[in-house]
Design a protein around this ligand. Structure first.
Ligand code: BDR
Ligand code: CA
Length: 309
């Protein structure tokens, strides 16, 4: 069983990543969830995480991290995820606990105490992880890998060059990418190919009660995607979890990547050295293709798992 932690900003696709991470306890042990200001303010994304964890009857710590990026102020994404950061689903009032612990100190202790290394799954801006690595650089050896959704070596989404998670905090991303920790990057190259169709979303209405709730989430997300030219709905963040469940769903390649932190048109770009003889500053395993049908099966199986519970 692989031990993982999810650092996120729910976020429609973040919620599905959490759901899938909890659906295969024989393969993944989710140690906890932390939040970062991203798609919405820290308070809103933490509230969304709390609600989804409660809905799924999870029993893992939920710890809020940073309110915003290391250097700049937060640029959120209400146009994609709605005012709550996760519009389209109603939750009941609940008392799922939100920890008051300092996240960096908690992570440090968790990693130190863990005999096996832990995989960090980062599906929001990389601020929390950068702070951990700056504060306790010696902890790197306890992190098996960082499996992240961010960037894209071909194109961006929030700007032509930059993807949202990296764009929000490029300074943090540069710290993470240059840390020497093995990185698996699920960027737009693969996540836009890892989508649900409108028909697949509509079929959820015929399934059990969790699927029907998630339908509301996906219906909103599918409609909001239209403004960006998407008929289908890329499940960006979910790629990280499906990769950890079964890397064979994907193929990819190692690239040396730098994050553009300069002001200007390319700020937040994940610049891969695509030359025949690259100067290797790091080796990031960049996911490029996915077997979409297998990918979707993981989500459908996860929903069925919770429908039956
Ligand atoms: C990323 O940005 C967020 O809006 C999504 O949750 C995902 O993590 C996609 O660019
Ligand atoms: Ca996210």
């Amino acid at each position: 069983v692989k031990k993982i932690w999810i650092d996120c900003d729910p976020g429609h696709d973040d919620a599905l990543a959490i759901l899938t991470a909890l659906a295969y306890p024989e393969k993944l042990k989710l140690l906890g969830v932390s939040t970062i200001g991203g798609n919405e303010s820290l308070d809103k994304v933490t509230n969304n995480a709390k609600n989804i964890l409660h809905l799924l009857n999870a029993k893992v710590p939920l710890i809020p991290g940073e309110r915003g990026p290391l250097v700049k102020s937060l640029r959120s994404a209400p146009e994609a995820h709605g005012e709550s950061g996760m519009d389209g689903i109603e939750f009941v009032e609940n008392d799922y606990p939100i920890s008051k612990t300092n996240l960096i100190e908690y992570w440090y202790q968790l990693l130190i105490d863990s005999i096996e290394p832990i995989t960090m799954v980062a599906i929001g801006p990389l601020t929390n992880l950068a702070l951990l690595l700056k504060t306790y650089p010696e902890i790197k050896t306890k992190i098996e890998a960082i499996c992240l959704m961010g960037g894209g070596i071909d194109h961006g989404n929030i700007t032509p060059a930059a993807e949202f998670n990296i764009y929000v905090d490029p300074e943090a991303a540069q710290i993470v990418y240059q840390s020497g920790i093995p990185i698996v990057m699920a960027g737009l190259d693969v996540t836009e190919k890892s989508y649900l169709t409108r028909l697949e979303i509509d079929q959820l209405k015929q399934h059990g009660s969790i699927s029907q709730k998630i339908y509301g989430l996906l219906d909103f997300y599918n409609k909001s995607g239209r403004q960006f030219g998407f008929e289908v709905s890329p499940m960006h963040d979910l790629c990280t979890i499906v990769y950890l469940l079964n890397p064979e769903v994907f193929n990819g390649k190692n690239y040396s990547i730098e994050i553009v932190t300069d002001e200007g048109l390319t700020r937040g770009m994940t610049l891969a050295d695509l030359r025949k003889k690259p100067v290797v500053k790091n080796e990031t395993f960049v996911l490029l293709e996915s077997d979409r049908e297998k990918y979707v099966t993981y989500l459908m199986e996860s929903l069925a798992y919770f429908d039956q519970k």
